[in-house]
Ligand binder design. Structure first.
Ligand SMILES: NC(=O)c1ccc[n+]([C@@H]2O[C@H](COP(=O)([O-])OP(=O)(O)OC[C@H]3O[C@@H](n4cnc5c(N)ncnc54)[C@H](OP(=O)(O)O)[C@@H]3O)[C@@H](O)[C@H]2O)c1
Length: 208
């Protein structure tokens, strides 16, 4: 599958793109196409382009820009029309600890969905600090996916599963995305307050 990563030059975008490139064709998206091409050189087989061209050339688009920069993605309207848009964006603030701060439109994912009615929108990868992707074998991680439809979940789950050791878990409709995004504040605070090193999500189950 062809996957564009907008914000692909950033800490999260680049680390995630490198993992996605194992089983997908990755296009690094940047506001500056030269920067995108430079970053793409770090990932075998990847290419780089500006946000619009990257989006147009992809089947699915991962958004890994700061929440304050969502406008650069919502303005891509027609380039994202008909595509699956996967948001890893967490609207967070630092006030003593980390505080969740969804905007007036609700969560970042809901804000994207409202502005991009022609796209299918889902959350994924929000709660995984980039460091987990950066080196070595991934530890098993549960990836929480809220999505605008069950079909959008299934499509997103396929992409999540293209990275070994990631297990997608359906978190429900996009109205649940604020919960998914706010878990990032929780894991960051837990790691800091308990000095555990980076934390992410893994759920335990009991059968029977
Ligand atoms: N870092 C993590 O561990 C982590 C984990 C999970 C989720 N996330 C989420 O991923 C997103 C990015 O985080 P990050 O830590 O990777 O940030 P980052 O290192 O600052 O990278 C963000 C990228 O977004 C682009 N960008 C920056 N400002 C922009 C603007 N005003 N308009 C458009 N694009 C802009 C930049 O690419 P260009 O300048 O090349 O356009 C930049 O490389 C955030 O929403 C964060 O919550 C991060």
């Amino acid at each position: 599958m062809k996957i564009a990563v907008l914000g692909g030059t950033g800490k999260m975008g680049l680390a995630l793109a490198a993992r996605l490139a194992g089983a997908n064709e990755v296009i690094i998206g940047s506001r500056d196409p030269a920067r995108a091409r430079e970053a793409a050189k770090k990932i075998p087989g990847a290419t780089g382009a500006d946000y619009e061209s990257a989006s147009k050339g992809a089947d699915a688009v991962v958004v890994a820009v700061p929440a304050s920069a969502l406008g650069t993605v919502t303005s891509l309207g027609s380039a994202l029309s008909g595509k699956l848009v996967i948001s890893a964006v967490n609207p967070l603030r630092f006030q003593g600890g980390v505080v969740y701060h969804g905007g007036e439109g609700g969560s970042a994912a809901e804000e994207l969905a409202k502005a991009l009615p022609g796209s299918r929108v889902a959350t994924a990868f929000n709660n995984i600090p980039a460091g987990f992707f950066q080196k070595g074998e991934l530890v098993p991680i549960d990836v929480l996916v809220a999505a605008s439809s069950k079909e959008a979940y299934e499509e997103t789950a396929k992409i999540v599963k293209s990275i070994p050791n990631l297990r997608p878990l359906y978190a429900g409709p996009l109205s649940q995305s604020a919960i998914v995004e706010s878990i990032t504040a929780l894991v960051l605070n837990l790691a800091n307050l308990n000095q555990t090193g980076s934390l992410t999500t893994k759920f335990v189950s009991r059968k029977g």
